[in-house]
Design a protein around this ligand. Structure first.
Ligand code: AMP
Length: 402
């Protein structure tokens, strides 16, 4: 019987999962899948590694599919498609670990309550992440449940990168720059330590540029600053999120436009960023294909903010040995990457434009003071690795930095 680590990323309207076999300390991806339309009529889709995609609508006798029903569907599908598998651990993506959780944890009744208490810090994500945990406890009762946090990698930020210029009591109450995308940064940095150990010990910026986007400055393996803050709204503009915004804009929307908190939440999380600016789409490919000026403006704004933050984080680091581009845009968008990295020779970034056009692993010129790399991120694999490591089933890829 094959031992399986399942990873779950439960959101308000979807549950993404992956199944990875764990044998002799090695993880092998077996399947990826997704349930969309939670809270209403839902569809299930899944694909075994190297296999065909299966897609169907979930049981229509239930008017509303919830997280527990979604995980039952995963179990049913695995019983057929991955028969003979034994789920030994379920690793959950949990967006917020608050000020205290700096590592993945085995979920217990006690720390589950502590995670519930963090819901006000991430109301659009944490409740659904935890609904996924509760559903997995019921659906896979014999498996260990492990929570892996998007914030954990940033928990050792120095005070100045962790605070806002507000009275200290707000910091003490938890109003901090938590930073997110930590599982992606940790995965990238582990790959770097494995493949480029000298660079990994130096000053590194990782640019996670996808539908969500942020940058992280890493020194000697530790996150020292990131562009995201108290929530995943701050920093770079994203698919639908605004990125950096003067808080005065929010005050204006409240006082003059009489917008409610819910309306402003909707505006800043779901209708801003590339989608809001272009009025067309949150998807970079659509904007690149469009001839509209508003699409060009949205891309130009995205590029300019990324460039600006690269400069800022380099100043924080006091130099830059390596920049890594990752995420859907970072890994694939040749022209956007070019616009971000051009005219940076003065700064020590010398790009080989042919290598950039071919999406090669190393895109800087030989001898460039800063090495520029494209590395594919894999948050599911990071969650599975954490889960296996916590259960003592896997040797870490490289020893953790204490
Ligand atoms: P992610 O959230 O990491 O899956 O990234 C999604 C974003 O990557 C979307 O904006 C996509 O349009 C963008 N993307 C993916 N592939 C490409 C590509 N070949 N060219 C431009 N953008 C891409």
């Amino acid at each position: 019987m094959a031992d399986i680590i399942l990873t779950i990323n439960a959101g308000s309207s979807s549950v993404k999962f992956s199944a990875q076999q764990i044998a002799e300390g090695k993880l092998t991806p077996l399947a990826l899948g997704q349930i969309d339309g939670i809270g209403g009529r839902a569809t299930f889709s899944a694909k075994k590694t190297g296999g065909e995609k299966t897609e169907f609508e979930l049981d229509q006798t239930h008017a509303r599919i919830d997280h527990r029903m979604a995980l039952s569907a995963v179990l049913d599908w695995m019983d057929g498609a991955l028969s003979g598998s034994n789920v030994v651990g379920v690793g959950h993506r949990v967006v917020h670990g608050g000020p205290n959780f700096s590592q993945p944890i085995l979920v217990t009744a006690e720390n589950f309550a502590a995670l519930k208490a963090l819901e006000p810090l991430a109301p659009l994500h944490q409740p659904y992440n935890l609904a996924g945990v509760a559903a997995a406890v019921e659906t896979f009762p014999k498996a260990a449940q492990v929570a892996c946090f998007d914030t954990a990698f940033h928990r050792r930020h120095p005070f100045i990168a962790d605070t806002y210029a507000l009275p200290r009591k707000y910091y003490d109450e938890g109003v901090r720059r938590y930073g997110f995308h930590g599982l992606s940064y940790e995965f990238i940095h582990r790959i770097l330590r494995y493949e480029e150990p000298v660079l990994a010990r130096g000053k590194v910026i990782v640019a996670h540029l996808g539908n969500g986007a942020s940058l992280c400055a890493i020194e000697a393996g530790k996150s020292v600053a990131s562009t995201m803050g108290f929530t995943a709204l701050d920093g770079l503009p994203m698919g639908t999120r605004c990125g950096q915004l003067d808080p005065g804009v929010v005050l204006y929307l409240m006082a003059e436009k009489k917008m409610t908190a819910d309306q402003i939440t909707d505006l800043l999380y779901r209708n801003s960023g590339l989608k809001g600016m272009s009025g067309l789409s949150n998807d970079m490919r659509d904007l690149e294909a469009s001839g509209e000026q508003s699409a060009k403006d949205a891309i130009a704004y995205f590029v300019s903010r990324v460039r600006r933050e690269i400069g800022g984080l380099s100043a924080v680091l006091g130099g830059l040995d390596c920049i890594v581009m990752t995420g859907g845009i970072g890994e694939n968008a040749v022209n956007v990457r070019k616009a971000i990295l051009e005219k940076m020779e003065w700064f020590g970034i010398q790009i080989d434009w042919d290598a950039n056009a071919r999406n090669e692993r190393v895109i800087s010129e030989k001898g460039s003071p800063t090495v520029a790399l494209i590395l594919k991120t894999d948050e599911e694999r990071m969650i599975a690795a954490h889960t296996a490591e916590l259960l003592g089933l896997k040797q870490p890829l490289v020893p953790a930095i204490s």
